[in-house]
Ligand binder design. Structure first.
Ligand code: ZN
Length: 328
């Protein structure tokens, strides 16, 4: 799965605070919360193992985004521009299974417009193998990454070519929806999301979740547009101190109105992400024959893995993303 076509958008440095969070779907903050709380949806047999590694799973929730600086194949794993293929649900031109999609659409085209629903299923297969092998390092890495991709699957702007409102004069909406809003309001969200469940048909579950994102994309964009027409630019933006820098941000007043116009959408998508992350971990473990995980030892990284990790960190620090830029 290569991504042959790269796109970038212009980041308006003066308007939007640029930090390490800039490339993250959901923002680093929300990704970490989603992976962390997903652990608390697990049944006792799995909870003990995941709880033991809660800091790893939390911190590595954002590694998939960091990898986009080092690995050119990475970008397209985070989204699917479904409106390149069709404008409304149900998806009847996009085959739900990878093999059929490759046969009908071609791998190059699929990679060009994103592959997140299919990639999650490949990762699940790998996680089943890791559980069977009782390979702690792989279980942790794959679990962290699966959490990331499932969270991305739940972001409406990950389902459209107009992913940052760049086609409708709404640049910056991506970071607004998935970073600024969760950072401002998620403290008051209800994250008691219930128990993870076994998913007998992961393909159907993934496409259902993605379909919900796709259905919500118009509201995400049109409500912001409506608010922007109502509010003067002086009210829409405010200057905020970040460290020793002043940055122009969406104002609290604008965020309050936009957030309430969305009627709990950000909270619902975060909750659904958490529950599905736990459910996919659980499903992979059940499919692997429910191996006992108590007391399994962590394997040391081998040389190749260590080198890859160092390269990934260095490229991330250099800060140049390969592929589509901004928050994906
Ligand atoms: Zn991502």
């Amino acid at each position: 799965m290569n991504c042959p076509k790269y796109r970038t958008i212009v980041i308006v440095i003066m308007l939007f605070h640029i930090s390490a969070d800039k490339t993250s779907a959901w923002g680093f903050y929300a990704h970490k919360q989603i992976n962390r709380i997903a652990i608390f949806t697990l049944p006792p047999d799995l909870f003990g193992f995941y709880k033991l590694h809660i800091e790893f799973i939390t911190e590595h929730s954002v590694n998939a985004d960091k990898r986009r600086y080092a690995v050119k194949e990475e970008a397209c794993r985070h989204y699917l521009d479904a409106d390149h293929y069709e404008q409304a649900l149900p998806f009847d031109t996009i085959p739900p299974f990878w093999k059929d999609a490759v046969a009908k659409i071609s791998e190059d085209t699929l990679n060009a417009y994103g592959i997140v629903p299919w990639y999650i299923q490949l990762m699940r297969v790998r996680l089943v193998v890791a559980f069977k092998e009782k390979d702690v390092k792989k279980i942790l890495k794959l679990s962290s990454d699966i959490g990331h991709y499932i969270a991305d699957l739940h972001v409406p702007l990950h389902s459209t070519e107009n992913y940052d409102g760049q086609l409708t004069g709404q640049s910056g909406i991506h970071a607004l929806w998935e970073s600024r809003l969760p950072e401002l309001y998620s403290e008051n969200y209800d994250f008691f999301v219930g128990r993870a469940v076994f998913l007998p048909d992961l393909n159907a579950a993934v496409w259902l979740a993605f379909g919900e994102s796709f259905a919500a994309r118009d509201s995400v964009l049109s409500f912001e547009k409506r608010m922007s027409i109502k509010m003067s630019p002086e009210m829409k933006y405010s200057l905020e101190n970040k460290g020793n820098m002043q940055t122009k941000q969406f104002s609290k007043e604008f965020c309050d109105d936009y957030h309430s116009s969305l009627g709990g959408m950000v909270e619902r998508r975060m909750r659904a992400s958490m529950l599905m992350v736990g459910s996919v971990w659980l499903t992979a473990w059940v499919d692997a024959g429910q191996p006992k995980l108590d007391g399994i030892e962590e394997r040391q990284l081998d040389d190749a893995e260590r080198q890859a990790k160092i390269k990934e960190e260095l490229e991330f620090l250099k800060g140049k993303i390969i592929g589509r830029d901004e928050a994906r």
